[in-house]
Structure formats: C-alpha cells, structure tokens
Design a protein around this ligand. Structure first.
Ligand SMILES: NC(=O)c1ccc[n+]([C@@H]2O[C@H](COP(=O)([O-])OP(=O)(O)OC[C@H]3O[C@@H](n4cnc5c(N)ncnc54)[C@H](O)[C@@H]3O)[C@@H](O)[C@H]2O)c1
Length: 270
C-alpha cells in the first residue's frame, strides 16, 4: 500500500521496540511515508535510530527533543525545516506522570506538582508540537495523539493520567478547530492497554491487560501494529473528512458495561 507515498511525518515517542510509536512508524513506513524521529534523551537515541533504520530513515533524521523544554522543540522543528522544508504531519505518542501518582488512592496520592507535570507533558506537549509544526504543515496535513479511556471512566491507579488524557482529548478538539483553518486535521487514537515502558509504570498493569481481554468484544488485547495501521489511515488522504475525533482501537472494550463472558450460566429461576 502506498497511501502515504511522498508524504513526510515526524514521529515523537519511541522509547523501545514495544512503544506504540514504533508500531506507528512501521505502519507508516510500510505505507510509503518518509519519517523523521525525535528521542527524549541520549539514553534513547540508539533505540530510536534502530527503529528509524528499520523504517528506511537514516540517523540524520533522528533529533533530540525533551518536550519539557520549548527551546528543544524549536531546535527540533528547525532541523525538520532544514531537511524537509515542509511536513505532512506529526504523531505525538507521549505521556508522563511521576510514578508515585500512579499507585494508590487518587485523593491521597495526587499532588499539585504531580498534576502539573502530568498535564504539561501529556497534554500541553501536543499543543506545543502543533504550534511549532503549524508554519511547516502542508495543506491536507494531520496531527495525531495517543490517549486512553481512563479519560472517560475511572480505573484503579490511572489517577491523574485520566485527568491529563481528558485534557488532551479536549486539546484535540480545540486544535482541530484552530488547525482546520489551514486544512490540517487533528485526531486522537484511544488505544486499549498494551505492555510498554510507560504502561509498566501503572501499578497492577498486568491485571488491567487481563481484565480488558476478558471484557472486550474481540476477547483479546490490541497490538502496536493495529494502532499503527489506524494512525497510518488517519494520516492519509483516505481520512480527509475526519477531524477532532477520538478513535478507539481497543477491541471494543469501551462499549461494554459487562461482557457476555462474565454472565453466569442461566438458572431455572431465570
Ligand atoms: N501502553 C498503553 O497501554 C497505552 C494505552 C493508551 C494510550 N497510551 C499512550 O500512548 C502513548 C505512548 O506510550 P507507550 O505506551 O507507547 O509507552 P512508551 O514508554 O513506549 O512511550 C512513551 C514515550 O513518551 C516519551 N516521553 C515522556 N516524557 C517525555 C518528554 N519530557 N519529552 C519527550 N518525550 C517524552 C518517552 O520518551 C517515550 O518514548 C502515551 O501517550 C500513552 O499514554 C498507551
């Protein structure tokens, strides 16, 4: 498939082969995209370069960028401009909250600092990328972020990340209006739980995976490749009418209140 042929995208958020952003990069490269990458710090550089190579990009298209710092975001887009001039989209697959925020009772563990950091790095960082990408984005471009259903319904230990994801989804809608003026679409993909480095920071994540699998209509968890394929579609002209949406890739989990499989066998009183 070549739905992204001749298009150029920046992928932000690879930390390992297991990262959702790695699945996205693989799908988009398979679909013909040219890709640039950023890495949070030097520790992650070689891993990101490995994925870049797998996707047909050189180390010269991998740039450092800690999203906590505006000057680093400026430097990232200066490099993109230097190499490419313009761009067709950005994938933001970044989330962070201090670990102690994600373990325990919400009221007890949530702090002012933890709240601020989670919202800054998990929600504002998408807006920060959009601001800097704006002058470089081609007509028909696309911005995509990754979110989670903890924005809509509660679950144990997800805590302040649920609030940050709700903010991120609202940012997706406001950005869609703002960027729509230059025919750029903005969407979020709400992925079901997947075992990645970020996910392992959430206490009892393994139980979440098991619970999701048991309740989801598809009776399994989703893969980074499935999320990647959705990101590739959303980045392409095939999705030219879709903006401001939160698209679920969760095996259908979010539409269930109770799984058929949780029902006890019918008794004679039924
Ligand atoms: N894994 C899941 O179950 C799941 C489900 C739904 C949504 N998501 C979301 O998907 C996105 C990607 O997470 P993942 O699960 O692939 O985990 P991951 O650990 O592989 O990726 C998280 C990325 O965020 C980056 N990051 C964190 N702070 C940063 C900063 N200050 N500057 C630059 N980069 C920074 C890390 O370097 C890493 O690459 C996150 O937004 C996450 O909330 C994950």
């Amino acid at each position: 498939m070549t739905i992204l042929k001749d298009k150029k995208f920046l992928i932000v958020g690879i930390a390992s082969k297991l990262s959702i952003a790695t699945g996205v990069a693989r799908s988009m490269a398979r679909d013909g995209a040219n890709l640039a990458f950023s890495y949070q710090n030097e520790k992650l550089q070689s891993r990101v370069e490995g994925v870049a190579q797998e996707c047909g990009s050189g180390a010269d298209m991998c740039f450092p960028c800690d999203l906590a710092h505006d000057d680093q975001i400026d430097a990232l887009f200066a490099e993109i401009k230097k190499h490419w001039g313009n761009i067709d989209g950005v994938i933001h697959a970044v989330g962070y909250a201090p670990r102690e925020q994600l373990n325990g009772d919400f009221t007890d563990v949530t702090t002012r600092d933890g709240f601020a950091i989670a919202h800054d790095l998990s929600s504002y960082s998408f807006i920060a990328l959009a601001k800097k990408a704006k002058p470089l984005l081609n007509d028909g471009g696309s911005l995509i972020t990754l979110t989670y259903h903890g924005s809509q319904q509660t679950l144990p230990n997800y805590n302040v990340m649920g609030l940050a994801k709700a903010s991120l989804e609202a940012a997706t809608r406001y950005l869609a209006v703002s960027m729509g003026k230059q025919n750029v679409r903005v969407n979020a993909i709400s992925a079901g739980p997947i075992k990645t480095l970020a996910a392992s920071g959430i206490s009892d994540f393994r139980k979440m995976l098991e619970y999701n699998k048991n309740r989801a209509p598809l009776a399994r968890n989703v893969t980074i490749e499935e999320v990647g394929d959705t990101a590739s579609f959303l980045s392409s002209d095939r999705a030219s009418g879709i903006s401001g949406q939160v698209i679920y890739v969760d095996g259908g989990f979010s539409i269930t209140a109770m799984s058929d499989r949780e029902m006890l066998p019918a008794t004679s009183n039924d």
